[in-house]
Design a protein around this ligand. Sequence first.
Ligand SMILES: CNC(=O)c1cccc(C)c1Nc1nc(N2CCN(c3ccccc3Cl)CC2)nc(N2CSC[C@H]2C(=O)NC)n1
Ligand code: NI
Length: 190
Amino acid sequence: MSKYNDDYMITMDDIVREGDPILRKVLDEVNMPPTEEDKAELRCMLQFLKNSQDPEIAGKCNLRAGVGLSANQIGLNKRMFAVYIADEDGEKAYTVFNPKLVSHSISMIYLPQGEGCLSVDRKVDGFVPRYERIKVKAYDLDGNEVLIKLKGYPAIVFQHEMDHLNGIMFYDHINKDNPFALPANTDIRS
Ligand SMILES: CNC(=O)c1cccc(C)c1Nc1nc(N2CCN(c3ccccc3Cl)CC2)nc(N2CSC[C@H]2C(=O)NC)n1
Ligand code: NI
């Protein structure tokens, strides 16, 4: 029985920090359909993101805000992550197993203020070029195959989390010679 069940609240103590080898592993596929344990763990990860964005709970429990969390960030070797983005036009929650990038735009974008990561306790300056639009095939909490089409910020977040499943950190994409250099096919996007 996993510690990460529906009664457990993930805190920053559970978040694996850079230096732990699991952040550099290519994670194992989750057998479909997902087990009750797989589903409870993924729900627990989504709840953490919601809690981290709630000033009350985040303040009380010292949670750092995030919009994405991958399984290896809580020590699990499973290809799954959660994304939770709440903006003026509502909230978008994703809980995905075994995501696969099936297509992407040529044009690239980046967060002008750089990227942060819950497993990285330092500011790493520089632009992280990401595809502007992506199509991802994955399995949802019920084990159904879904095709997810994203552009802009949600696409950036998904790419950041899919990288985690392959042991890639956001700063691996930052140009070593000039952190603010951009590939030719990039335009600015918040
Ligand atoms: C170094 N400069 C920076 O970090 C950075 C600096 C400024 C702006 C941005 C936009 C930056 N970049 C960045 N900001 C975020 N947040 C903005 C604040 N927000 C949040 C905060 C409080 C309540 C609710 C919420 Cl929603 C939580 C999410 N998140 C990510 N990433 C990279 S993709 C995965 C995602 C992630 O969840 N990281 C933990 N990058
Ligand atoms: Ni991260």
